[in-house]
Design a protein around this ligand. Structure first.
Ligand code: NAP
Length: 234
């Protein structure tokens, strides 16, 4: 039986490329997204591969039930927490619209928290791996977008720093159950128009960076924040 993976925000961008890569690696993938049309289009493009789809808005109150239903009591080998909301480049701590900022933190922190909590029994059963898609913008070590160097996209950076901390704490909590936790930065990736001109990498390369922890010795890199499989300071 193929290993089972669940990916959030799988219908486009890095999540879609991650799903394609997992299918290529022989996983059975539960691809989730909140847009049914985009999800159906994606599923049609990989027809023949072992893909299951499910509508999942990570902020919806019914996340726990939906995730449980999609997994259906099976052991889960991999959970990729990819879904996220961005904030404007020119949003600073001082200027941020707090309603919008709360929304970003709700999606990126609490949305991911809800999904991972719902998936934990299946991850424990499968001695599975959680890959949380973080960001250099929420780290102290990224020379271009890190917390100390880039004043913009404030709520996004804060949400990702909080996600890193959440997953760091979780790693300590579930390690004894054989569940591994990794936090990754895909690197600046061209998922929206104009990003290539900023030096962003192709989407497949960002997806490879997300899945790089699967290729290194298990546990050696646990609790690390990595880009392309190499540690990035928290
Ligand atoms: N691109 C980069 O340079 C970069 C750099 C560092 C980190 N990252 C991280 O990489 C991940 C993927 O980003 P991306 O560049 O591929 O962005 P993207 O193309 O905007 O994809 C984000 C995905 O998240 C989904 N999403 C947003 N809110 C959601 C919700 N409430 N419930 C379920 N899904 C939701 C979006 O779905 P809809 O289509 O429905 O909106 C979309 O599929 C994110 O975690 C991002 O923070 C990206």
């Amino acid at each position: 039986m193929p290993d089972l993976a669940l990916v959030t925000g799988a219908a486009r961008g890095i999540g879609r490329a991650v799903t394609e890569e997992l299918l290529a690696r022989g996983y059975r993938v539960i691809a989730t997204a909140r847009d049914p049309v985009a999800l159906d289009d994606f599923a049609a493009s990989v027809r023949g591969d072992p893909i299951e789809t499910g509508i999942l808005d990570v902020e919806s109150p019914g996340v726990a039930e939906q995730v449980g239903r999609l997994i259906g009591g099976r052991p889960l080998s991999l959970l990729v927490l990819n879904a996220a909301r961005f904030s404007p480049w020119d949003e600073t701590v001082a200027s941020a619209d707090l309603t919008a900022a709360r929304q970003v933190i709700e999606t990126n922190l609490f949305g991911s928290w809800s999904v991972l909590r719902a998936a934990l029994p299946a991850l424990r059963a499968g001695r599975g791996t959680i890959i949380g898609v973080g960001s250099g913008s929420g780290s102290h070590g990224d020379p271009q977008f890190g917390l100390e160097v880039n004043p913009g996209a404030a709520s996004y950076a804060v949400s990702k720093a909080a996600l890193h901390a959440l997953l760091h704490k979780l790693a300590g909590e579930v390690g004894a159950d054989g569940v591994r936790v990794h936090v990754v930065d895909p690197g600046l990736t061209a998922t929206s128009p104009g990003m290539e001109e900023m030096g962003a990498r192709p989407v497949r390369e960002g997806a490879r960076s997300v899945l790089a922890p699967l290729d290194v010795t298990p546990f050696a890199a646990a609790m690390a924040l990595t880009r392309d499989g190499r540690p990035l300071p928290w």
